[in-house]
Structure formats: C-alpha cells, structure tokens
Design a protein. Structure first.
Length: 299
C-alpha cells in the first residue's frame, strides 16, 4: 500500500464518510469467539469481511467506503494470515493516518480453548496437538494483541454474553442506548476480570458461605440476597455506590463514553458479589442506560 493510495483515500474519506464512521479490526485466538463478535457487529450495521491479508486492508476499506458508503466496517484477522502478520503494525499505522480504527482482540484460557475444540471436534488451524497449536498461535498473534485497543477474555462468557458485550462496545448509537453499563460479579480467587473501568471489593461484607442453609445457594437466590442486605454495612455500602454512580454516569455520557465495565468481587464470586450486582442493576434506570449483567464465576 503506497503513500499515494493513502493520500487519495484521505480525500475520498472526507467526502464519503460521516465523522462518526468506524473501522473495527477483530482478531484473537482460535476458539475465543471471533466469529461471534463479527456476526454481532454485522447485525449492528457493520460491513464485515473475514480472513483478508493484512496488506490488503487499506485498499479494501477504501473500496468499501467508496462503493458501498459503509459508515462502519469490521475486518476479521486470524492465524490463517500468519505470513502477513509481520506487516500488521506498519499497516495499522498507515490506515490510522486516514481512518479512525479500533482493534479488538479476543482470548481465553488454554484449558477453555482446549475444551471448546474438543466439544466442536474441529481441528486447530495450525494442526498438530491442540496444546502446541495454542502456544504457537498465542505467540504469532502477540503483535496484534499488543496493538489492541481492547482485549476481552471470553473464558467465562457464553456466546450470547459475548455478543451482548461486543454490541455494547461497538454498535452505533442508533442501535443501542447512549451508555452501555456492564455489571460483572467475580471471585478474586479466580483472578480479576480484564478491561474493567471500576472495580469494588465486597469481601468485607458478611459472608453467606458460612451459613449452612445458604452455602449451596447463589447470590441470585432471594435467601442469599436477603441475608446480604439484612446488614447495615451492606445497605450503607449500596447507598455510597448508588451516589457514586449517579455522579459518574452523567459525566461519562457528557464526555461521549459509550460503555463502562463495573466489577464487584468477593472471595469465590458465588454469593456476595452476584447479590450486589443484581441490586445495582435494578437501581440503574434511565432511557440512556443499557444494562448488561455477567456473573463470571457462577457455575
């Protein structure tokens, strides 16, 4: 892709594309959900193309913008284009001189990827054993991950949850409400979720795990929720969180932010944090807010 072609693209982009147009590059480890993400943005109005050589991305974007007047374009890149990945950073830098570009990278824990391949009985694109292929792919795609604007770990997400998350991040405002709020419960013993905007530790709250009648229940069950919120400490915490969000959310919207991720963590992610997330979700109201609940560690 020559500098001359980029100059031509810039002139055409000014005439053909709206100021809010978006180029989205979606990549990730095989089995992490790239196809789900591409279909999600395609249903949200993106013109989608999968498995294209990195070196041809600039020319493709120019052609689609000129011929189809597509305001939003999503391009899938994966390990099948490994011979072109060495040009990724250079190509991305050149495209960003002309187009606004976001890069989304999807990944998952190796054990989860192995399970998914076994369930679908599909071979890994790199062949050989799945374990070796995952290691090689992770290394080869590191150049894309390091350039990503957002990395999503899909280990604990169902396809439906991943779809909703991607739509909340990237769908045009005409498709979703003004601010998408993802509320995530999790257990610290399993690690902190990635790409969180706000994180709260609720391990100081009374723990239903030590109540025999509640131990096997979940934070989404009424009995557990009633126990958690029967304590003055919990109610005081909730008031402070509601006040904080009531202050922050209008400012996020004013600054043009389209999504925020808020995580609440307890020890195992089974009782306190799910109960808190459910209650917070009910308190978030308004025509401009689109709520998404993810209980990462509820089995």
């Amino acid at each position: 892709m020559t500098q001359r072609s980029l100059t031509v693209s810039k002139r055409r982009a000014t005439a053909d594309r709206s100021p809010r147009s978006r180029i989205l590059i979606i990549s990730g480890l095989s089995g992490s959900g790239k196809t789900v993400a591409l279909r999600a943005v395609e249903d949200s109005g993106f013109y989608c193309v999968d498995n294209i050589p990195v070196s041809l991305i600039g020319a493709l974007i120019e052609k689609i913008s000129r011929q189809h007047h597509a305001a939003h374009i999503a391009i899938g890149i994966d390990i099948r284009e490994k011979e072109f990945l060495g040009d990724f950073n250079l190509t991305l830098a050149q495209i960003r001189k002309v187009f606004p570009v976001d890069v989304l990278f999807l990944e998952a824990e190796p054990s989860v990827l192995i399970r998914r391949f076994k369930e679908t009985r599909r071979p890994h694109p790199l062949g050989g054993t799945i374990e070796d292929a995952i290691r090689k792919e992770k290394k080869a795609l590191s150049v894309v991950k390091n350039s990503a604007d957002r990395v999503i770990d899909t280990s604990a997400l169902s396809p439906h949850e991943l779809r909703r998350l991607v739509v909340s991040f990237y769908a045009p405002r005409s498709v979703h409400k003004e601010l998408a709020v993802s509320l995530i419960s999790f257990g610290f013993k399993y690690g902190i979720p990635q790409n969180i905007d706000l994180l709260f530790d609720v391990r100081f709250l009374p723990n239903p795990h030590f109540i025999p009648a509640l131990k096997e229940l979940r934070g989404t069950d009424k009995e557990v929720s009633d126990f958690v919120f029967s304590h003055a400490t919990t109610r005081q915490f909730m008031k402070k969180i509601r006040d904080l969000l009531a202050f922050l959310i209008p400012h996020y919207i004013h600054e043009g932010k389209t999504y925020i991720s808020i995580a609440f963590g307890c020890t195992g992610g089974k009782h306190r944090s799910p109960a808190i997330v459910e209650k917070i979700a009910k308190s978030l109201t308004g025509a401009t807010i689109d709520r998404h609940i993810i209980h990462r560690d509820l089995s």
